[in-house]
Design a protein around this ligand. Sequence first.
Ligand code: ACO
Length: 436
Amino acid sequence: MAANTTNKTAKLIINGDEANAAEFPILSGTEGPDVIDVRSLYKQTGMFTHDPGFMSTSSCESTITFIDGEKGILRHRGYDIADLAEKCTFLEVCHLLLYGELPNTKEKEEFERNITMHTMVHEQLQILYKGFPRRSHPMAILVGAVASLSAFYHDSLDIYDPEERDLASRRMIAKMPTLTAMAFKYSIGHPFVYPDNNLDFAANFLNMMFAVPCEQYKVSPVLSKAMNKLMILHADHEQNASTSTVRLASSSQANPFACIGAGISSLWGPAHGGANQAVIEMLDMIGDVKNIPEFIKRAKDKDDPFRLMGFGHRVYKNYDPRAAVIKDSCYEVLEELGAVDNPKLAIAMELEKIALNDEYFVQRKLFPNVDFYSGIIYEAMGIPTTLFTGLFAMSRTAGWVAQWQEMIADPDQKIGRPRQLYIGEGARKVLPPNKR
Ligand code: ACO
């Protein structure tokens, strides 16, 4: 699939000079806004576009994920996210992201076998983990551990060989739950639990998190179903900050494991994947439903840096479709755990109700995002707050590797190299220290 060239063009008249207007093709995709192809802008005008934060810039063609932020739509390869979350396993969605189609029964079995063959990590990695302080943030460990896989698999990886790319992708997806659970076990001083390939992907992760060698641990089917759903909801989200980081880092043909490490670093920030941790911290800080008005007031105050965490999104100007699915799962999980009267859930629901009716939030189209309810489920499952973003990284790895594969296979792929508007000093001479 490729973008369609339309017969529409965009003209750029600079300083009223119509005779020398620059002209650009307009491309259209299958859905979503058309784009003005400005690749020849510099050649035609000697100027660059200036778009910090990529507010109006498309950086690539992609067939993986479509978002309509105004309508609150998220689809992977044409399938609605709620449909996928309801009917599929996470590994089926990984197959969809990587290969373009949901697997049939035979492909599903093969893919699952293929992934489970790679769930173990090199024993040497235990030594790497043990070098970190016990109190390290799990994201710091994950950045290091995932990037370190490049040391284990560098020589066996030719990124221009589709089979080797595929093997690297499957390794990444398979090893992330193991590495994430190891970060948790290390932080609490428990022995690492090896993967159990008799369990499904989500249940295996919960087992590595919560099993201990001295007693039997049985994964609750309700919790593994919820974990499966959460993984699907976080699997991909087109060209967000971490995915764009992975693409940009890999555009230099660097080792993909190291590039996923870069993506994890980007995800860690509270404006991105780190928001799920920040939501729980905020709900703790609010403490009681009666304190909500004070925090709403603070969120609206431009002199106060406080923001309602889990609210707002660069693309969604409507309810984040993932948040709607998570909200329903939240009740199911809390019911299973006998914790429906969870005070954080009560605060979150009241906060949402007030914000959705408040002029400030309505006007700016600030709705709950994927992170608003996910933390409540994770916390109820016994996952520590600092590991929430690690769980996000584990799931998003599917999207990262799919986007990486798509980029490397694209014949138009070039090293990413944005330009800038220089506003520093003009040319000057170095003076001796006593004259500066
Ligand atoms: N609370 C209060 N006000 C907000 C919030 C919020 N959560 N989010 C945005 N606003 C306000 C801004 O102050 C700004 O107001 P103004 O127009 O009066 O100046 C307006 O809404 C637009 O906000 P921007 O920051 O310009 O929007 P942007 O698209 O750059 O930011 C972001 C999006 C970073 C997600 C922002 O909404 C935010 O910080 N939210 C809280 C953090 C969060 O939940 N992040 C998770 C995002 S989802 C994800 O990455 C998985």
